[in-house]
Design a protein around this ligand. Structure first.
Ligand code: 5GP
Length: 190
């Protein structure tokens, strides 16, 4: 999606540790008009997948997921983050290593909301090493739900996680695919 690349070039900031800051339009101050365009693009890309539910992780995935759910006319479920594994019954839980905070946490969803009949679209803002996605996929496996697609706003291709998933047959679509980034240059996959 050309507009996403242009936004990153105009407003993105590369921080130490291979972190791209996009707080001005996506992660903190949300450009709602642009969010609508992203959602329409994802709805178009996954129109044939029979999706009946969107699943993301709190917090930064929620805005994008909600816009996509609205556009597709399906409910949006978000996995909650817990520091400990001491959670009540009636839930599915998976461990995730946080890319940005370098610590482990658990992602949790109620078994009332993720069902074996679901065809799920996983949505997140970034794909780096794929840990967050693996956690969401694990929750779907536990529920017996089908992962029908993965929608990522910004993929950092240099980690290789996205290509590995595609090679496994996952329908993964990213609106911007970054091959490399430094303080003064971001190169996209062509
Ligand atoms: P992964 O689990 O794929 O290694 O990392 C994805 C998660 O880490 C996303 O949910 C996202 O919140 C966060 N993340 C990874 N890379 C970046 C980045 O460059 N910038 C920001 N803002 N978040 C990132």
């Amino acid at each position: 999606m050309k507009q996403m690349e242009e936004k990153i070039l105009r407003e993105g900031q590369v921080l130490p540790g291979d972190i791209l800051k996009v707080g001005s339009f996506l992660n903190q101050n949300i450009d709602t008009v642009f969010l609508g365009e992203m959602a329409r693009e994802f709805a178009r890309l996954f129109a044939d997948e029979g999706i009946n539910k969107v699943l993301t992780i709190e917090a930064s995935g929620i805005a994008i997921a909600t816009a996509v759910g609205l556009e597709m006319g399906v409910p949006v479920l978000f996995a909650k983050k817990h520091r400990t594994s001491n959670v009540d019954g009636g839930v599915y839980t998976a461990k995730v290593h946080s890319f940005t905070h370098n610590e482990d946490y658990n992602v949790v969803v109620s078994s009332d909301y993720l069902l074996p009949t679901d065809r799920v679209l996983l949505v997140d803002d970034f794909l780096a090493n794929g840990q967050a996605l693996n956690g969401l996929m694990d929750l779907c496996r536990q529920a017996g739900a089908e992962v029908a697609g993965v929608a990522i706003a910004i993929e950092k291709c240099f980690s290789g996680a996205g290509d590995k998933l595609r090679a496994q047959g996952v329908h993964l679509e990213s609106l911007a695919m970054i091959e490399s980034m430094t303080d003064d240059e971001v190169i996209f996959r062509s």
